[in-house]
Design a protein around this ligand. Structure first.
Ligand SMILES: C[S@@+](CC[C@H](N)C(=O)[O-])C[C@H]1O[C@@H](n2cnc3c(N)ncnc32)[C@H](O)[C@@H]1O
Length: 287
């Protein structure tokens, strides 16, 4: 298995990790600044100026809970941001994030460079990854269990002036959808999957990463062939190593050309250039 690689999200016009330390992080999302809990930032922070528009104050329950405390007016319905040609609405969500995941930016750039003609985005959420690929002309299939998230993703497509792009927006359980695609004999050039630790499909189907990831990766393999370009898997908030998910992908793709790589995702802090890790990843590439 090759060396670990770190894929780094660099700051861009509408997003930056300003500072982090003492278990919290300070970020800018457009013209607003937010403080959120960050248990991995165990080091000292860089600056004492942590003025922010809002802070997410965690509840006593480590797994979730908590609420936003606003110290300045922030539009509750959200505000527009951009990444490259993609426009989307950022918003303070009850799940402590802002409606998109900036650490995914290097993943979007890498996939775009491979120029897939078709790609499947599983657990696609608010669609920034889907739209990032659609800008290159790829035919996209976007799947998420949440009707609300898919509505936001479609609204982001309209905001980006991309409502007419060939994207199928699907509200479904990721595992069920993929097994149906296998039965239909479909194939794709690329697949991206960013599964949560735990989730539910629209019919209450239970998703448990440790239990359901291996069969899902095996089914994804059946949707790709020797002319396909990639499968990109990211995993976060789970006690699991990049090596473990890379070995899983390597086993599933052993009969195809190409190779498997793995590593961590990290966000670069603007002031000190320090790297804040956010997730692990493994990918199969065939280019
Ligand atoms: C954290 S998000 C993924 C982030 C996304 N890839 C991005 O970069 O914006 C996890 C998503 O998985 C969805 N989800 C959870 N369980 C699911 C299931 N069984 N089938 C499909 N989607 C599911 C949730 O609705 C949520 O939108």
């Amino acid at each position: 298995m090759p060396e670990l690689q770190t894929l780094i999200a660099e700051p861009w016009a509408d997003y930056g990790l300003l500072d982090c330390g003492h278990g919290r992080k300070l970020e800018r999302y457009g013209r607003f600044r937010f403080i959120r809990p960050e248990p991995q930032a165990m080091w000292a922070r860089g600056s004492s100026d942590w003025r922010a528009d809002a802070e997410f104050v965690p509840g006593s329950d480590e797994e979730g809970g908590g609420r936003w405390r606003f110290d300045a007016p922030v539009p509750r319905e959200g505000w527009p941001l951009s990444w490259e040609e993609v426009r989307f609405t950022a918003q303070c969500t009850p799940f402590r994030h802002l409606g998109f995941f900036p650490d995914m930016a290097p993943v979007w750039s890498w996939m775009r460079a491979l120029q897939p003609k078709s790609a499947l985005n599983l657990f696609g959420y608010t669609g920034v990854g889907t739209l990032a690929l659609a800008t290159t002309g790829a035919e996209m299939v976007h799947v998420d269990a949440s009707k609300k998230s898919v509505e936001v993703a479609r609204a982001n497509a309209a905001l980006s002036g991309m409502a007419d792009r060939p994207v199928r927006w699907i509200v479904d359980d990721a595992a069920k959808f993929v097994s149906r695609e296998v039965r239909r004999g479909r194939r794709y050039d690329g697949i991206i999957l960013d599964p949560p630790k735990f989730g539910r499909g629209p019919e209450g189907e239970v998703w448990r990463l440790e239990e359901h990831l291996a069969p899902l990766v095996a089914d994804c393999r059946k949707l790709l062939d020797r002319d396909s370009r990639f499968l990109f898997l990211t995993v976060y908030a789970v006690r699991m190593s990049a090596l473990a998910i890379a070995e899983l992908v390597a086993q599933a793709f052993a009969d195809l050309p190409g190779h498997v790589e793995m590593g961590e995702l990290a966000v670069r802090e603007e002031a000190r250039s320090l790297l804040l890790p956010t997730a692990i990843w493994a990918r199969w590439r065939n280019d």
